[in-house]
Design a protein around this ligand. Structure first.
Ligand code: C2E
Ligand code: MG
Ligand code: MG
Ligand code: MG
Length: 279
């Protein structure tokens, strides 16, 4: 018993240490090293054409395997990176790694041409070099820019400064696509759908979750899908976890989606195997 109590104390102590480290500046330093020392990796979550259940691409999601703390979620370290200029380095690393991966898959004769979605922090709008690096990299890798989608959140897109608008226009001119991530969770999204050059919205998991529980949420989801159709926006549903959710989305015309029901984010090799296995 005393041994168990001791063990519990240790667990609590480790949890506290972990929490403290997560909140400390130390972690910022370690993140800088992690970027330099290849401790970050990308996982790829398949994006499906829902009615035919075929993978048409993926979303790149960054992972940090810390030597002492183990797995740290991007939800924990992206905010830390955003507090400093580290997000710029991280953003460039993610972008380069994802595009190089896409090119490697292109060279595999057994794989079809896939699309790649890449998350972009609003802070990356501070980094004009990013916007010149991106098209250059695509040319060098001979990748069609239309296969790359940049996922931006409402905060980034809706910060309606002249500069952000100019940079969004630059992305469009380069031929890449702009996805509005976590649609519906930010502020005053509807007005901006008309004024910003968005190609697609990603319906946030919270809408997908509730739509199969409450009648009003169900109607809300159906209305969002109808609105997107009228605006000629593509739609990707996020966080599909149940067959009911999948069926609801398909029957209301949602073409694309991702979620644990279909596949979790996975390492590059597993993703390639999965796509090969669908023939
Ligand atoms: P997000 O862009 O909205 O990505 C979707 C998140 O939902 C991912 O979490 C994914 O693993 C998770 N997810 C997918 N399907 C399901 C499901 O069916 N159920 C549940 N419960 N979750 C599901 P993840 O990988 O932990 O990423 C969290 C957030 O961190 C992302 O949200 C994105 O905002 C940010 N993030 C991840 N990678 C990057 C990156 O490379 N750059 C930037 N700037 N942000 C990133
Ligand atoms: Mg995303
Ligand atoms: Mg999202
Ligand atoms: Mg989300």
């Amino acid at each position: 018993q005393a041994k168990d109590a001791g063990k519990n104390c240790l667990v609590v102590f480790e949890a506290q240490m972990r929490q403290q480290l997560l909140e400390s500046i130390e972690l910022e330093n370690q993140l800088a090293q992690a970027i330099a020392n290849d401790q970050l990796t990308l996982h790829y979550q398949p994006i499906y054409e829902l009615s035919g259940k075929r993978v048409i691409g993926c979303e790149a999601l960054v992972r940090w395997i810390h030597p002492k703390l183990g797995f740290i979620s991007p939800a924990d370290f992206i905010p830390i990176a955003e507090k400093s200029s580290l997000i710029l380095e991280l953003g460039q690393w993610v972008y380069q790694t994802a595009c190089q991966q896409l090119q490697r898959w292109d060279l595999d004769a057994q794989l079809p041409n896939l699309n790649m979605s890449i998350n972009m922090s609003p802070k990356q709008f501070d980094d004009e070099s990013f916007f010149t690096m991106v098209p250059q990299l695509l040319r060098r890798l001979s990748l069609d820019p239309a296969r790359i989608s940049l996922e931006l959140t409402e905060t980034a897109i809706l910060e309606h400064t002249e500069r952000n608008q100019k940079l969004l226009a630059t992305i469009k001119q380069s031929g890449m696509r702009i996805y509005l991530d976590d649609f519906g969770t930010g502020y005053s999204s509807i007005a901006h759908l008309a004024t910003t050059p968005i190609d697609a919205i990603k319906i946030d998991k919270t809408f997908v979750d509730k739509a199969c529980i409450y009648e009003r949420d169900n109607r809300l989801l159906v209305s969002i899908l109808a609105m997107a159709k009228h605006l000629e926006l593509d739609v990707v549903a996020e966080g599909i976890e149940t067959p009911d959710q999948l069926n609801l989305l398909i029957s209301n015309g949602c073409a694309l989606g991702q979620g644990y029901l279909l596949a979790r984010p996975m390492p590059a090799d597993e993703f390639a195997d999965l796509v090969r296995s669908q023939g």
